[in-house]
Design a protein around this ligand. Structure first.
Ligand code: ADP
Ligand code: MG
Ligand code: MG
Length: 888
């Protein structure tokens, strides 16, 4: 029979072995911590399989569950010596959801379950603290009504506010036992009014109600949306944890807190966290009271007065620090921890691998490998390549003037400027229009996730370094400033007031998540520093990497950046951009609009020296490395003159009439330019264009070889080839030009002529094409367009729906469509290699910088990927991870 209940704590072990799939993340680690002897309140976990069985059977529990459940409660009762529902000395429990991965949208935790009108009196007596008992009861009613009964929680908060006002209190801590008791009465009548039934007094009803609510929340809209966005399968289900309560709200020797074993923002190897004395549960992150620092150093650094835990509770802090190091050694990663101190006794309530910024991820991985906790290869595998993006991008220019409005907490590093918006939907809407926005909220909640994603940065008025906004922003890599207390936000008027400054929705704001500064207007940025941990990790990555990484670059500056980032060549140098240069465009237009070969040659002669110097500059930067140059590719009409002024200029240069030119221009009109007169079709009809380009390449290569002694290795690439014959014709042009230049210069250099594979026909006929072509470069942008028949430029209108409806798992222009486009690549690679063993294979196009696509390239055995210069480090790391994964 399937076991659905796994007990933990009190020395009992049901063999769950910390299995996250079965016990959920939270349950697995509670089990794991208990198993290594850490102080964990006893409890039991209802497995994810129970959730699945519950839904499979029309929301019914299996018959076998009752007995197991009873044994679970008996276990907690046995270890604590308290009985669930006992009016004299009641056992109280928490009910906590926990899926395999932490998931917003799941039911919030219910604390103090097991209190009712009788047991509250017993709790008051045994604890000797009536205030504590009634405070716990009111918290329970409030939470249960909110998360299980789903009543309007605003009315409960209101009742509390009114009670405080009546008494002239400003803090919750000022309420007495009698005050809380009166409030409980008020709460109970609120429940009865809103729910139509009295608050459940039977503790077993309370418990089953809470368990049912956790399972119910698995199918809530919020959870479903989150699962879809994060590709989490519905079949995973969630686990439920029922655990004996421990109390952080039993006076000044009690506390509750959250901690990270290393700094999640910088990665510094220093404990990091917050705690609150005489508090319970999520008081720390709820932003109701300002939490205190965990360590003395952090408190002093912040210039804060209230004592750190290290100072206020030195002994318990020492125990906690010891637990930190046990947990890091056990889980071999930085941990995010929740704990409670009940009358000087430390209890561990949660541990998991902590979310961190890219900077911290990098530092922690490198440090842990250096400390010997993990291997270099594990360090390489641990850093998310996509997150490196955060580090490769600019930060605020330290020298630029800043109009600083206020300072909050530096919750997630990076700088961002954008228009102010006050709600998540507006953030999303403006982002879709291509506007940069800063989401400004009092505090964020899981409902804001889509807006946080759409925003360039997040600013909150409330909440600490472990608030929702801070944690989520760090995970997403969004800059965030939290707890900027001097902000006053008016969500109705849509204004933001700081002192006497008022900003409106749409005004530009800059935040610096590394310093916490909030500035009016936008501030210029500077390039990042790439030495240090970054450099170390890259060296380790390069040791395991098999795929070479090149860059798509067409200017000397891009090439320089790419080389600095470690590119091992240029995988795609487009030549058309060179034609757009203001000084040349007239000659280009003259060439296009010429109606004879002679006319074209006259214009091309003007372009030759320009192209030669372009290539020479690129070759000089990339000396000794391969440079793939693609001959002219776009439809010619892209270069046409606009307006009479431009036509007049060209007419004068070519010595012909404006009317003639205009007629020629209209002849060039195409209905579907993407499939029109472009690519090698230009070379077939106007061979002199490719002749000129080939000549420029070889003359430049020889020039650089002579000047620098390091000969570049040109790889001349013919675009949009569909047939072997096309490539034969084009290769003949290039070879002839090469021979001519070599003869003139009395020197030869190594070069290759190959083709892009960007049409399905080319992929299928790759065997024949490889008889001529010396390399293939998969042009996956066009190959995706031509395989799926979707134009990238027009896909925006429907592609998101295609992803939402599960037609594509991901945007095929971002991550390669492995099943379709991928199969064509595999066919082409196989057939190409068969007719030309060892043929060089690479990929250019946006996919070359996408980690999932890079994994595909590794699996297909390509030789290199080519990515935009800023993505080169991402590609290096992704290629290393792909190699590690492939080895397994
Ligand atoms: P989340 O998934 O939102 O972190 P948790 O289940 O961890 O929710 O519960 C939130 C907080 O409630 C915990 O950090 C802890 O402070 C408190 N809590 C949960 N269970 C207990 C318990 N058995 N005793 C005391 N506090 C608890
Ligand atoms: Mg929660
Ligand atoms: Mg928690």
């Amino acid at each position: 029979m399937t076991r659905y209940v796994y007990r933990f704590g009190g020395g009992v072990d049901d063999g769950g072995k910390g299995d996250k799939n079965l016990l959920g993340g939270k349950g697995a680690n509670l089990d794991g911590m208990a198993a290594i002897g850490l102080p964990v309140p006893p409890g039991f976990t209802l497995t994810t399989e129970l959730c699945t069985a519950y839904y499979a059977d029309g929301e019914k529990y299996p018959d076998s569950l009752n007995a197991e459940f009873a044994a679970g409660i008996a276990h907690i009762e046995g270890v604590t010596g308290k009985i669930f529902g006992d009016p004299a000395d009641p056992l109280l429990v928490s009910v906590r959801s926990g899926a395999r991965v932490s998931m917003p949208g799941m039911m919030d935790t219910v604390l103090n379950l097991g209190l009712n009108d009788q047991t509250v009196a017993g709790l008051a007596t045994v604890s000797g603290d009536a205030r504590f008992a009634w405070d716990s009861y009111r918290r329970f009613i409030q939470m249960y009504s909110d998360v299980v009964l789903e009543l309007d929680h605003g009315s409960f908060e209101e009742a509390l506010e009114i009670a405080k006002e009546d008494k002239g209190y400003s803090l919750d801590t000022e309420l007495t036992a009698e005050d809380w008791q009166a409030l409980v009465k008020e709460y109970k009548s609120l429940v009865e009014k809103q729910w139509g039934k009295p608050f459940p007094q039977d503790v077993h009803d309370q418990l089953w109600g809470a368990v049912g609510a956790v399972f119910g929340s698995w199918e809530s809209d919020r959870a479903k949306v989150y699962r879809r966005l994060n590709s989490i399968p519905g079949e995973w289900g969630t686990a439920v944890n029922v655990q004996a309560m421990v109390f952080g709200n039993m006076g000044d020797t009690s506390a509750t807190g959250v901690a990270f074993t290393r700094d999640p923002a910088t990665g510094e190897n220093a404990y990091y966290g917050e705690y609150l004395i005489n508090a319970q549960g999520e008081d720390v992150v709820a932003g109701i009271r300002t939490p205190q620092y965990l360590t003395k150093t952090a408190r002093e650094r912040a210039g804060a007065k209230p004592l750190s835990m290290e100072e206020a509770m030195p002994e318990t802090y020492g125990e906690l620090a010891n637990v930190f190091s046990i947990l890091e050694t056990h889980y071999r990663d930085m941990q995010d921890i929740e704990f409670t101190v009940q009358q000087n006794k430390l209890w561990m309530l949660q541990t998991r691998s902590g979310k961190r910024t890219a900077k911290a991820a990098l530092k922690i991985a490198v440090d842990m490998a250096t400390e010997g906790l993990i291997t270099e290869e594990e360090a390489v595998a641990r850093v998310d390549p996509a997150a490196l993006d955060q580090l490769l991008h600019p930060t605020l220019d330290p020298k630029a003037p800043r109009d600083v409005l206020t300072k909050g907490l530096p919750a997630s590093p990076g700088a961002a400027s954008g228009q102010i918006v006050f709600d998540a939907d507006s953030a999303e809407r403006l982002n879709e229009l291509g506007e940069a926005v800063i989401l400004v909220r009092i505090e964020t909640s899981p409902e804001d996730i889509h807006g946080m994603h759409a925003a360039k940065g997040i600013l909150t008025a409330r909440g600490g370094m472990t608030s929702h906004a801070a944690v989520v922003a760090r995970g997403m890599g969004r800059p965030c400033v939290s707890g900027a207390g001097s902000l006053s936000i008016d969500n109705v008027a849509k204004t933001l007031r700081i002192g006497d400054r008022v900003l409106k929705e749409g005004d530009i704001l800059t935040i610096d998540g590394a310093t916490g500064e909030v500035m009016a207007g936008s501030v210029p940025t500077v390039q990042p520093e790439l030495a240090g941990d970054f450099g170390v990790l890259m060296v380790w990555a390069d040791k395991v990497r098999r795929l070479k990484v090149r860059a798509n670059a067409e200017t000397p500056l891009d090439c320089r950046t790419a080389r600095d980032f470690g590119a091992e060549g240029v995988g795609l140098c487009r030549t058309e951009h060179m034609f757009f240069d203001a000084a040349r465009i007239t000659a280009v237009r003259q060439m296009i609009l010429a109606d004879s070969e002679a006319g074209r040659r006259e214009a091309l002669a003007k372009l030759l020296p320009e192209q030669r110097s372009d290539f020479a500059e690129i070759f000089a930067v990339m000396a000794g490395l391969p440079v793939t140059i693609r001959l002219l590719d776009p439809p010619l009409h892209e270069f046409l003159p606009h307006g009479d002024g431009e036509f007049a200029e060209v007419a004068e240069a070519a010595g012909v009439s404006i009317d003639l030119l205009k007629r020629r221009a209209s002849e060039l009109h195409e209905f579907n330019p993407m499939l029109g007169h472009r690519g090698c079709r230009l070379g077939v009809t106007y061979p002199e264009i490719y002749e000129m380009q080939a000549r420029a390449i070889f003359e430049a290569a020889i020039l650089v070889a002579e000047q620098s002694g390091a000969a570049p290795i040109p790889e001349v690439m013919i675009p949009l080839v569909a047939t072997k014959r096309e490539l034969e014709l084009m290769k003949a042009i290039v070879d002839k030009e090469a021979q001519a230049v070599f003869a003139e210069k009395g020197r030869t250099i190594e070069y290759l002529v190959g083709t892009m594979i960007e049409l399905p026909r080319a992929a299928l006929k790759a065997g024949e094409i490889a008889e001529v072509g010396e390399f293939f470069s998969f042009g996956t942008n066009d190959l995706t367009q031509t395989t799926i028949g979707i134009s990238r430029d027009d896909a925006g209108r429907f592609l998101t729906q295609y992803v939402d409806k599960g037609i594509f798992a991901r945007d095929p222009f971002v991550s390669i469509d492995v099943e379709g486009v991928g199969e064509l690549i595999q066919i082409a690679a196989e057939r190409g290699r068969k007719s030309r063993p060892g043929i060089k294979l690479g990929i250019c196009g946006e996919h070359g910088g996408d980690p999932a696509s890079i994994a595909f390239c590794e699996a297909t055995g390509l030789d290199y990927v080519s990515a935009s210069p800023y993505r080169v480090p991402i590609a290096r790391l992704a290629a290393a991870q792909a190699a590690l994964a492939h080895r397994k």
